[in-house]
Structure formats: structure tokens, C-alpha cells
Design a protein around this ligand. Structure first.
Ligand code: NAP
Length: 485
């Protein structure tokens, strides 16, 4: 299967924060890969912006180094690298100051017909000043796009304030709130599996689905992000955004059309249908030290911290489709493997003619985001060979790497999402009301933890979080899936 490339119009992409980690590790390499896939039209430009005083040549050199570091060597044909660096420019701008806006406006005015997009790859406190300056300097046109990334607020009040500030200068159709999980091929395939096949949708409800598990596990600790992380914790850093999005895509009703607002309306309905979380349905954890490697408290340098590096909870969606089906979600650091997956576990057959059926785990659709993106359907079959009717569970494997073949290597989430910005397609981006609804649901439980004065439970690195997490599923007669890559 060969992937097709959707043409996009010529564009000017201005990257604020162009000298930073995200720009070097993801944005520039993604643009390069899209160029290698012939998706970047001639005449397009990438204009870096940051405070550092650099010439265009300096920034090109830095961009070239980023490609060498983060793009597969086999893609780095010299002529292509040359072409890519040829479309790169740089302006020194302090988001909070006056200098640089005039030169940026002048550059952009050279190509009035190009799509204008501003990627704010900077700290969130700079989102509003940049949006304001872009409008004030007449750089943002009614069709320009602005891209922002998490954290989108710290709670409902700050998310509302951010949305309101952006809305002063940009219409909702111009705002692209990136959640890179939504750009993952498998996540989009979840929609394809559900809505392009007649097979699953009739079973996709509480009559047939026993439970759903969503796991986002990391094997690393806070790794240098301690100061930020300790103010956030797993609930704000992972659940409010990425995991809520996965939950929405798993549980939403079929949208009437595959169009941005039709999809986002359905996702929003899921968040609004969530029952408030009870304290007793949540388990928080903090990883302990492991030999020389310190504990969470050591890593964030705050012995009194009550921030969770692990959270697991049981959610209920109060609507006709899902009433009675528990959704178990967990995420944490220093777990046994780096793994992100959604697992939809189906009920056992209503009547069994094989005595062994009760010992099987049952059908499950496992949507794996990382590592090895793919979808697996667990089914029971007869164990081959003589020896009677013994059953065995096997995976029907849809690993995309093998399905797509060598020509169809999976694009990075950012590649897809940046091109969607240029195309003006917001389907895979969060709308402001979704972000607010997600905070509205997570805020009360964060508040309840704070009010309780209780501490997260300690857990050993390399495992599956605190033992109490097992009680969450265990009390319903269910078992978490193993966290194994
Ligand atoms: P970073 O490495 O600290 O880079 C920050 C960038 O902002 C630098 O280019 C810096 O350049 C620029 N900058 C700082 N102050 C500025 C100002 N006043 N005016 C103009 N530019 C300014 O941060 P990052 O890791 O790339 O992250 C950027 C944003 O993406 C953050 O909001 C982060 O939360 C989010 N994010 C990052 C990742 C990731 O993997 N890195 C993942 C998800 C979300 P100068 O110092 O030259 O001005």
C-alpha cells in the first residue's frame, strides 16, 4: 500500500520558538519529511522567530544540524536538504518587545497569497503577547492560522482566560490546538475501524463491551522537567489532554460527517456525559527511589510534594451507549515499559459449548499507539492439532508497518498535523470548548485531592504503579493488562 499525498497550497510558516527543543526535534524534521514526500509546494517558506540574534545563515546552519540529528540518514539527500534550507529564513523577535515585528510583516507581505500560519512553540505565557502583537502589527490576516500546544491552561479558569485572549484576535476557525496523539496514525485508524466497517459498531456499546482500558505508561521519570511537572502532575500533564482525547474517540457517537465540527461536537458530548469522578475511584502514586536513581521527590527537589507521578481511575459515561461499562484509565512515570494503548474488552459469549471458555480472557480490540503502532484483535481459536477441542487465544494482528509496506512508512504525528494546519482542516485539533470541558471534569478531583491533604501512594519503579490500582479493576472482577512493550 503506498501512501498518497494531499496537495497543500504554498505557505509561510512562522515558528515562534524556532531555536527551542520542539522546533528542532519535531517541527523542522516533520516539515523536511513532508518535503521529502513531495507535499511542500514550491514558494513555501519557514520563518524562524526567537529572541536569539542570528543571521539567516546561522539559523539555516542550526536547522541543518537539527535534520542531521533527528531525520533518518537515508532521507537526507544533499539536494533535498539544500532545497529545504533554501526555504528557511529567520527574524529575531522578542515576543514581549517591539523589535522584529516590522521586518516579519515585510517578509510576509512579499507573498500575500501564501497561507500564513504561526506556530507558537514557546512557553504558554507568551501565547497572548504574540497573538496580540501579530494582530497589532497587522501581520495576522482573517485567514491566518495560529497553532498552540499544551499546556492549554492549568485549570478551567486559566483555560477560559487563554481562550478568551486568543479569541480577541483570532476566530475559532483560525486556532489550531495541537494534541499530537490525535495525529497518530492508529488514533485515526480507531475512527476508520469504527466508522468505515460494519463489523464493530453494532458491538460498540455496554451490551457487548465489558470494559475499556486506556494506558499511557512511561518508563522514564520526570527527567529534567521536574520544575514544570511538579506543578502539573499526571492528571494535568496527561489525562486532561491526551487521555481525554483517546477516551472521546473511543466512546463518541458516529459523527454525521467526517468534518471538524461534527467530530468535535461528538467528542465534547462524551466529556459532558462523564459522571463526576469520586475520590474512591481514583488512585494516585509517586515513584520511590530505585538504588542510586532517586525518587520522584528527589527528582523534583521537593520533599513535601503531593503531586502525582501516577494516576489510575474508573470513569463512567452516563449515556445510553455506555451506561454500565467501566472505563479504566491509568498513566504514570517509571513504569515497566513505555506503552500507550486502548483496549476494548468484549463480553464472554452468552452460552458456552466449550468448557474452557470461562478461563479465556475474551475478545479484545487493542489499539496500540506506541511502541509498534497497530491494532490487534484477540480471538479464541482451536489449538491446532489433535488432542480434542482445546481453545487458545491468538492475536489477529494489524501492525501497520507491515501492512503499509516499505513505501508507506508511517508519518510522524506532527507531519500530519502541520499539513492539516496548512490545509485548514481542524478535525484533529481540539476546539476551545473541548479543552474547557476537560478541565471542568478534571478540576474537581484535583481540588478534592488537595483538600483531602492525603499523599499519593508510593510505588516501585519498573512496575505497574501502586498496588491499590489493582483494586480499582479487581473490585469489578477485571484485571489490568500487563504493561509490556
Ligand atoms: P524551549 O526549548 O525552552 O524553547 C523555547 C523557545 O522560545 C526558544 O526558541 C526561545 O528562544 C523562545 N523564546 C523564549 N522567550 C521568548 C521571547 N520572549 N520571545 C520570543 N521567543 C522566545 O521549549 P520547547 O521544549 O521547545 O517547548 C516549546 C513549547 O512547546 C512549550 O510551551 C512546551 O510546553 C510545548 N511542548 C513542548 C514539547 C517538547 O517535546 N519539547 C512537547 C509538548 C509541548 P530564545 O531564547 O532565542 O528567545
Amino acid at each position: 500500500m503506498v501512501s498518497t499525498v494531499i496537495p497543500v497550497p504554498p505557505f509561510d510558516l512562522v515558528i515562534f520558538g524556532a531555536t527551542g527543543d520542539l522546533a528542532h526535534r519535531k517541527i523542522l524534521p516533520s516539515l523536511f519529511r513532508r518535503m521529502a514526500a513531495h507535499q511542500v509546494p514550491a514558494g513555501s517558506r519557514v520563518i524562524g522567530a526567537a529572541r536569539s540574534k542570528m543571521s539567516r545563515a546561522d539559523f539555516r546552519k542550526a536547522a541543518g544540524e537539527a535534520l542531521t540529528r533527528y531525520v533518518e540518514a537515508k532521507l537526507l539527500a544533499p539536494a533535498l536538504v539544500e532545497r529545504f534550507l533554501g526555504m528557511i529564513d529567520y527574524v529575531s523577535i522578542d515576543a514581549a518587545g517591539e523589535g522584529g515585528w516590522g521586518p516579519l510583516a515585510k517578509k510576509l507581505d512579499e507573498k500575500p497569497d501564501s497561507v500564513r500560519a504561526f506556530y507558537l512553540s514557546v512557553a504558554p505565557q507568551l501565547f497572548t503577547p504574540i497573538a496580540h502583537r501579530l494582530a497589532q502589527a497587522g501581520i495576522a490576516t482573517p485567514e491566518s492560522r495560529i497553532v498552540v500546544e499544551k499546556p492549554l491552561g492549568h485549570d478551567l479558569a486559566s483555560a477560559r482566560a487563554l481562550n478568551a485572549e486568543l479569541a480577541q484576535h483570532f476566530d475559532e476557525h483560525q486556532i489550531y490546538r495541537i494534541d499530537h496523539y490525535l495525529g497518530k496514525e492508529t488514533v485515526q485508524n480507531l475512527m476508520a475501524i469504527r466508522f468505515a466497517n460494519a463489523l464493530f459498531e453494532p458491538l460498540w456499546n455496554s451490551h457487548y463491551v465489558e470494559q475499556v482500558q486506556i494506558t499511557v505508561a512511561e518508563s522514564i521519570g520526570v527527567e529534567g522537567r521536574g520544575a514544570y511537572y511538579d506543578k502539573a502532575g499526571a492528571m494535568r500533564d496527561m489525562v486532561q489532554n491526551h487521555m481525554m482525547q483517546l477516551l472521546c474517540l473511543t466512546a463518541m457517537e458516529p459523527p454525521s460527517k467526517f468534518e471538524p465540527d461534527a467530530v468535535r461536537d461528538e467528542k465534547l458530548k462524551v466529556i459532558r456525559a462523564l459522571d463526576p469522578l469520586k475520590m474512591s475511584d481514583t488512585v494516585r502514586g509517586q515513584y520511590r527511589a530505585n538504588g542510586k536513581d532517586g525518587s520522584y521527590l528527589d527528582h523534583v527537589g521537593n520533599p513535601a510534594s503531593r503531586t502525582e507521578s501516577f494516576v489510575a481511575f474508573r470513569a463512567h459515561i452516563a449515556n445510553w451507549r455506555w451506561s454500565g461499562t467501566p472505563f479504566y484509565l491509568r498513566t504514570g512515570k517509571k513504569l515497566s515499559a513505555r506503552l500507550s494503548e486502548i483496549c476494548v474488552v468484549f463480553k464472554h459469549p452468552p452460552h458456552t459449548i466449550f468448557p474452557q471458555v470461562d478461563t479465556l480472557r475474551g475478545n479484545a480490540l487493542i489499539i496500540r499507539l506506541q511502541p509498534n503502532e497497530g491494532i490487534t484483535l484477540r480471538v479464541a481459536i482451536k489449538d491446532p492439532g489433535p488432542g480434542g477441542m482445546r481453545l487458545v487465544e491468538v492475536p489477529l494482528d494489524m501492525t501497520f508497518a507491515s501492512t503499509l509496506g516499505p513505501d508507506g512508512e508511517m508519518p510522524e504525528a506532527y507531519e500530519r498535523l502541520i499539513m492539516d494546519v496548512i490545509r485548514g482542516n481542524q478535525t484533529l485539533f481540539m476546539r476551545g470548548d473541548e479543552v474547557e470541558a476537560a478541565w471542568e471534569w478534571t478540576d474537581p478531583i484535583i481540588q478534592a485531592w488537595e483538600d483531602s491533604g492525603s499523599r499519593p501512594l508510593p510505588y516501585d519503579p519498573g512496575g505497574a504503579g501502586p498496588i491499590d490500582a489493582y483494586k480499582l479493576t479487581g473490585s469489578d472482577g477485571h484485571l489490568w493488562r500487563e504493561i509490556a512493550a
